[in-house]
Ligand binder design. Sequence first.
Ligand code: NAI
Length: 263
Amino acid sequence: MAAGDPRLAGKVALITGGASGLGRVGAERFAAEGARVVIADVADPEVADAAVEAVAASGGEVSYVHCDVSDSDAVAAAVEHTVSTFGGLDVLYNNAGVMIGDDDDPVATPLETYERTMDINVRGVLLGCRHAIPAMLAGRGGSIINVASFVAHMGAATPQIAYTASKGAVLAMTREIAVIYARRGIRANALCPGPIMTPMLAKFLSDDAKRQRRLVHIPMGRFGNPEEIANGALFLASDESSWMTGQSLIIDGGITAAYVTPE
Ligand code: NAI
């Protein structure tokens, strides 16, 4: 890559959950940096269309595929679609995830909630890797970005036990995948955002009191912006991070560094 080139020039990226929230902003950023992007999501058609339009407007080629990440056949089809549409797969951004409303402490959380969370957040990441890795090995290698969370590193007294467990699993799985493929041209890193006001968090922190309680623990005193996570994903996707694998990139306004936060 020469200085001044777009940072993802020539790369093909598959972004799960890319129709809204952090994934959509990431898709726009990747496209603006020269990537050809496939969005895989279960979004309503109008949400999917809006995402495709926005990504195309930021300058890149984009394609949408309906795909539930917990369904192995659907994920295999999304990878095939990516390779047949754009000729390869260089970046897998495993971003799709859910935080379910009645996810609570270990006593109260319904087992169905635990299982659904694990199916999407953990099995979904595994399936993404399972189907993308052979395509990457057959091509130019690649970069896998698995979205975990700051809660993979710290506990909270406002629990979402299934969600937290799922993100811990993503982090551990990412390290192992990184080690397995380190000599075969595939890197894998976990991206760990702090709280960002996407539709997911807005549902969870539904009133001002809840938002203020969360803000107290953020040294920077504000929620993050989706662009601040997309910038981290862009770094991990690009060759700028070519000697980085098996790591956790935490972007959280200082939460995980803090013992006491400023007044
Ligand atoms: P969001 O709810 O705004 O967007 C998630 C996207 O994933 C949606 O487009 C949704 O349709 C899609 N999705 C849900 N289930 C799916 C499935 N089974 N198959 C395919 N797509 C599916 O969420 P947000 O905030 O953008 O989160 C993105 C990722 O970032 C998630 O993994 C989340 O856990 C993680 N994260 C978010 C944080 C936040 O504060 N927003 C903090 C830390 C991590």
